[in-house]
Design a protein. Structure first.
Length: 77
């Protein structure tokens, strides 16, 4: 459902979702979070990162980095 919402919203949200998902899945595979925690990490990241309706390539790179950093920060809690 989160992926559908990100695609419908568009802009940089699919990029943010992908970045957060990669961090969350990595954490799951390293036994740092449970399977059901993946969704929570992705959802919180989508809520935190600023939406950009028409992102440039630089915006995508910045959004990706911000999303990865934020998702990783959730794992330190």
């Amino acid at each position: 459902m989160l992926a559908i919402e990100a695609m419908q919203k568009g802009g940089n949200m699919p990029c943010v979702l992908n970045a957060a998902n990669e961090i969350a899945v990595w954490a799951f595979l390293k036994n740092r979070i449970g399977f059901l925690d993946i969704t929570a990490v992705v959802e919180k990241t989508l809520e935190k990162i600023t939406f950009i309706q028409q992102p440039t390539l630089d915006d995508y790179f910045e959004s990706d980095g911000e999303a990865r950093n934020f998702a990783a920060s959730l794992l330190r809690m």
